[in-house]
Write a protein that binds this ligand. Structure first.
Ligand SMILES: [Fe+2]
Length: 99
């Protein structure tokens, strides 16, 4: 499994974060959600217990919703960042010749 650094190693930060630090923490949160999705889907593809598979699929779906939650917050906190995402989307669509 891929690993990400931890911003506070489980401890509360001893000061209030700056705006930029909050933006970075939200990016980190999004990455953590993707890591969780990967883990739950990998686990459910590797087991046969139907109840566990059902629950893991539900939890993986919840994590995908959390990605949407954090992306919404990131766009609110850092609206200029959305410009880069849009450029990437347009570039990819152009390369794949999508309408
Ligand atoms: Fe989550």
């Amino acid at each position: 499994m891929c690993e990400f650094s931890t911003p506070f190693n489980g401890n509360k930060c001893d000061r209030t974060l700056s705006h930029q630090e909050l933006v970075r923490a939200i990016r980190f949160s999004i990455a953590s959600e993707f890591e969780a999705i990967q883990f739950y889907e990998q686990l459910l593809d590797s087991i046969e217990d139907k109840n566990a598979k059902k629950l893991l699929a539900e939890i993986a779906g919840d994590e995908k919703e959390h990605v949407g939650n954090f992306l919404t917050l990131l766009k609110l906190l850092s609206p200029e960042e959305e410009k880069f995402y849009k450029e990437g989307i347009e570039e990819a669509r152009e390369i794949m010749e999508l309408e």
